[in-house]
Design a protein around this ligand. Structure first.
Ligand code: KG4
Ligand code: ZN
Length: 346
């Protein structure tokens, strides 16, 4: 298959794409065949390196990617049982993300594409989060609405076909994951905050404190900074309050808003399916309420497994396969763009 892909021939079920993800603090490489079949997916998290700073330090992230990229690549090839000649294209995240971090993955991908004489494919990180839901569920249905909730973004996207996106709404201030991280930090629960709040909230009462549901009845944009301030004010005024109750009540407020907005977006666009993507989609309460809402509204639910919600390279390789089939190879003079948008139409 290698020779065909290099000359721009058919991209089909046998086409193997190697994907590389280094946009933030995960160094990840995966091999995916035919856009769907994950042959290997290796993720090396730098979370321990950044934890003591309470967030990702860009320079530390770039250096760590530099050290990790070759061992992670070697492991992904080994686990997939592939040699260079078995790979038909190399895809990498070109943005959005941290510029120094992105450049490590993009440079590695271009070098491999040159060495193996196969196409290089640029992948948008947000588009890849959208595609994560389809990796495990072949029953693609359009039009659909995707709720993309990560550490840097909170978007509602109308998807009418592969590569056809319209932005319906987004956060006006903090991303949902950012709110989880900031509130967890304030509560002394550590970094990253999302998983910490998720687990502490299990033993709390979600109705203990009625935190605001900002803009819940108001259009498709979202806002989380008022909620974060409300949590801080409540804890300062009630220092004895149980952390579990604060975590559970905060989480409930975020999830109520996210689910209400996603349902409204699906209803207003006539979507037949709803998909969740991004790191916050790993949240237990959000997953449960998202599935409940889809069942009630008769919508097909795309819910990636937790490993595919957070940053990984399987979603990059899969999106690379669809992009290669749709648009062909990306020229090697393409750079990395820390602010890359989802698509021209967004
Ligand atoms: O998509 P992602 O891995 O990286 C970005 O592209 O941003 O998302 C990371 C975000 C972090 O803010 C993290 O706290 C949040 O996803 N997150 C969660 C959970 N797991 C990760 N938030 C809530 N509950 C979780 N279980
Ligand atoms: Zn991400």
């Amino acid at each position: 298959m290698n020779d065909h892909a290099a000359t721009g021939a058919a991209v089909d079920d046998s086409t193997v794409v190697l994907g590389i993800e280094t946009s933030c603090d995960e160094t990840a490489v995966a091999c995916v065949r035919g856009g769907r079949e994950v042959l290997s997916s290796v993720v090396s998290s730098q979370v321990d390196l950044h934890a003591r700073y309470g967030g990702v330090v860009p320079e530390i992230a770039s250096r760590a990617h530099n050290e990790l990229i070759i061992p992670v690549l070697a492991r992904a090839m080994l686990e997939a049982g592939l040699d260079g000649e078995d790979v038909d294209a190399v895809a990498a995240t070109t943005g959005p993300g941290l510029i120094g971090a992105l450049l490590v993955g993009v440079s590695a991908a271009k070098a491999l594409a040159l060495a193996w004489d196969v196409p290089f494919v640029s992948v948008n990180h947000l588009e890849a989060h959208l595609y994560a839901g389809f990796l495990e569920d072949p029953d693609l249905q359009f039009p659909m609405v995707v709720l993309l909730v990560s550490g840097g973004h909170t978007l509602l996207v109308h998807v009418t076909d592969h590569g056809r996106y319209r932005l319906l709404g987004q956060t006006l201030d903090d991303a949902a994951g950012e709110a989880f991280d900031k509130v967890a930090r304030f509560l002394g629960l550590g970094y990253p905050g999302g998983p910490a709040i998720d687990s502490v909230a299990m033993s709390g009462d979600p109705e203990a404190i009625r935190f605001p549901r900002s803009m819940i009845d108001d259009g498709l944009d979202l806002s989380f900074s008022g909620l974060k301030t409300a949590v801080v004010n409540h804890v300062r005024a009630n220092p004895q309050v149980a952390t579990e109750d604060v975590a559970a009540s905060f989480q409930q407020a975020v999830v109520d808003v996210l689910v209400a907005k996603a349902r409204r977006a699906a209803e207003s666009t006539g979507a037949v399916a709803l998909a969740l993507g991004g790191g916050v989609a790993a949240n237990s309460l959000l997953r449960e309420q998202f599935l409940g809402a889809c069942a009630e509204d008769g919508l097909h639910a795309f819910l990636p497994s937790r490993e595919l919600c957070t940053d990984n390279a399987a979603m990059i390789a899969s999106t690379g396969w669809y992009r290669l089939r749709r648009d062909g190879a990306t020229p090697l003079d393409c750079g990395a763009d820390p602010n890359e948008r989802l698509a021209p139409s967004s």
